[in-house]
Write a protein that binds this ligand. Structure first.
Ligand SMILES: NC(=O)c1ccc[n+]([C@@H]2O[C@H](COP(=O)([O-])OP(=O)(O)OC[C@H]3O[C@@H](n4cnc5c(N)ncnc54)[C@H](O)[C@@H]3O)[C@@H](O)[C@H]2O)c1
Length: 618
């Protein structure tokens, strides 16, 4: 504290001296080095007074309390304001005296000089940088081109110029025609993104930094495509630590950004209306998709959000991370326990249910099918029964492309879930529907986090097959579309998300390697381990008996199927039978019963209760 006061006092003493000397210089220069005054002693006293007034002005305009390391125009204006005070004092004295003690012209020149000298002194922490900017580019520094001359690019440039002596920005590129050929912090906006290859050559740049608050997938893809043949790293600005005023480190581009498609604006009254002021329940809320659905549902302002899962810590973390005023409640419960579900549903009365709780790993369910069948089939039957009993108006069953012509236990369980949901919807005439989609990037246990971990360890990357393809979507897009699909779903609908074209897993691995600035096989090996039991080479979104038709949503399709749907009595019986078989540990029996549900065909005999018990073993 004492030290700070002493430093400020020293600063003030320097300012006083600077003012006196600067005005003396102004007087002297004007008349060839002599003090031109009617009374030099009075003139010196007046200049001493002006020095005191400068210090007072500096105090009034908080010049001593500013961080000159981060000075902006406003800080320099404070010096100008403070410097008006001594000049005004001397001019008033002149107005009252004749002859003048100090020539009026010297006062004006002196005031200007004081502003310049004071500013230069206050900006001394930045002298080194100002000098290097004046001298021009330095050799040995890494040369960067920044994509985006908007606020993020400007902030990035400021931090780089101020804090980074090893890197320099050689130019900006920006597609906005208004920004072209302008200067940002003294650096030229050379033109649009298409100029990148030319500019990289011209400036011998070794890094391109995307600095935009929301960089759409299209821009990221374009930048990467343009830079791919050139030997440059592409990075993005991670963000800014606003409190610390520091730029956070540059990050590598995530594969999600490369795959992400431009969001389609879909403003539907239906979507808003079915969630706003409703009680919404999400099963599997602690999981990858369930938690993202929760994060997005709160934006529609439901009256309550019920988070159901068996994962206690996951529920706790989700609730803590939900940044919303919506009333949330944790329901630590197992979807297989129907009695408990009925009690919870009767108590909390949800209007809308998203059913995402499931086991989902193909190889694990191949090895241990019973827990998977229990969670995915018995669990779905229980949730549906509890939902209808409690009067749930809308129900969305989250399905997967593995349900199409299933070759795995997981696929069979998801297909059974689809049929059960449609059966309940038809029987109870409710807007219960299925939303089916392919792989979600970044979900727990999926290929991207697996590859990332393998890359962190230095490889190898393990791929099942060189020709394997999968549909991919980001988790945010999938959850958003599930919510929108829930709004347009009719009774018993099977809606399928438009996932674009399937991607080669090998290409994905190669891209991830490249994004890290690595090469294969030099830096990372790719190892093929073969398809595991139940896995397909290619996934499909529609089965042979399904035809895709459009809906009002550009990214949601409706599957029209010729497959007969079992009635609700049949699915209830089948679920009970399967539950009993699981209880007795009869794996073969449970699997056979599951297959019969998914291969349902109505009985052809005439008379009797046709279709009533169609899901029974035949
Ligand atoms: N991840 C994908 O790529 C993908 C793609 C298409 C469809 N899906 C489907 O989406 C759903 C969710 O997938 P995810 O990736 O979020 O999986 P996840 O494993 O991240 O989440 C599943 C959640 O369900 C919970 N759960 C499991 N059994 C339960 C039970 N008996 N009672 C209550 N909660 C239980 C788990 O604790 C977990 O939190 C699954 O039905 C999956 O088939 C996933």
């Amino acid at each position: 504290m004492l030290k700070r006061v002493a430093l400020r006092a020293l600063d003030a003493a320097i300012d006083w001296t600077v003012v006196v000397l600067t005005y003396l210089l102004a007087v002297g220069v004007r008349v060839g080095g002599r003090i031109d005054s009617s009374d030099p002693a009075v003139a010196l006293m007046l200049l001493g007074g002006a020095g005191v007034l400068q210090v007072v002005g500096n105090i009034l305009f908080q010049v001593y309390w500013r961080n000159w390391n981060l000075a902006a125009l406003e800080d320099l204006i404070a010096i100008v304001k403070a410097s008006v005070l001594p000049a005004a004092f001397l001019l008033v004295i002149n107005a009252l005296t004749d002859p003048h003690y100090i020539p009026t012209g010297s006062i004006v020149t002196g005031a200007g000089l004081v502003i310049v000298v004071q500013s230069a002194l206050k900006l001394r922490p930045r002298w080194r940088r100002i000098m290097s900017a004046a001298v021009g580019r330095r050799t040995g520094r890494q040369k960067l081109i920044v994509v985006g001359a908007g606020p993020t690019g400007q902030l990035f440039a400021r931090h780089l110029i101020d804090d980074d002596v090893h890197r320099e920005i050689v130019c900006f590129v920006d597609d906005d025609p208004a920004k072209r050929r302008t200067y940002v912090r003294g650096i030229r906006v050379a033109g649009g993104v298409e100029l990148l290859p030319d500019l990289i050559h011209r400036y011998a740049a070794s890094m391109v930094v995307i600095a935009m608050r929301s960089q759409g997938g299209t821009l990221v893809r374009r930048v990467l495509e343009l830079c791919e043949p050139l030997n440059v790293a592409v990075r993005a600005v991670r963000g800014f630590d606003v409190m610390g005023e520091a730029a956070t480190p540059l990050r590598t581009i995530g594969i999600e950004e490369l795959i992400e498609r431009e969001p389609v604006r879909f403003e539907s009254h239906e979507v808003r209306a079915y969630l706003a002021q409703r009680t919404v329940l999400v099963t599997g809320a602690a999981g990858s998709i369930g938690s993202e659905i929760c994060r997005q549902v709160v934006r529609y302002l439901p009256s309550r959000l019920l988070l159901l899962d068996t994962n206690e810590s996951g529920l706790h973390d989700l609730q803590a991370s939900l940044d919303s005023n919506v009333d949330t409640e944790l329901l630590l419960a197992d979807v297989r326990e129907q009695a408990n579900l009925r009690r919870l549903f009767a108590e909390h009365k949800p209007s809308v249910v998203f059913h995402a709780a499931a086991y989902k790993h193909v190889p694990i369910l191949e090895r241990t099918p019973l827990p998977g069948i229990a969670a995915n089939v018995v669990g779905t039957a229980s949730i549906l029964a509890a939902s209808t009993a409690a009067g749930v108006e809308r129900f969305v069953f989250i399905s997967s492309d593995k349900a199409v012509s299933p070759t795995s236990v997981l696929g069979l369980t998801k297909r059974a879930g689809e049929l059960m949901t449609i059966a309940y919807a038809r029987h109870y005439s409710r807007r219960y529907a299925v939303v089916r989609f392919g792989n979600v990037l970044g979900s727990v246990g999926s290929v991207i986090p697996t590859f990332s971990r393998q890359l962190d360890r230095g490889g190898p990357l393990t791929l099942t097959h060189g020709d394997a393809t999968r549909y991919f979507m980001t988790i945010g897009e999938a959850a958003g579309l599930v919510i929108e699909a829930g709004g347009i779903a009719e009774e018993g609908d099977l809606l399928v998300l438009d996932m674009g074209t399937p991607l080669s897993i090998r290409d994905l691995a190669m891209k991830m390697i490249k994004l890290r600035g690595l090469r294969t096989p030099e830096d990372v090996e790719i190892r093929y381990v073969g398809l595991r039991p139940g896995e397909k080479l290619h996934e499909e979104l529609f089965s042979a008996d399904e035809t895709a038709t459009g809906t009002e949503h550009p990214r949601v399709l409706r599957a029209k199927s010729t497959t007969p749907i079992p009635d609700v009595g049949a699915v209830v019986d089948a679920a009970q039978r399967i539950e009993a078989l699981i209880g007795s540990g009869d794996e073969g029996g449970a699997l056979a019963a599951l297959r019969r549900v998914t291969q349902y065909a109505p009985r052809t005999e005439t008379g009797g209760d046709r279709g009533k018990r169609a899901a029974e073993p035949s």
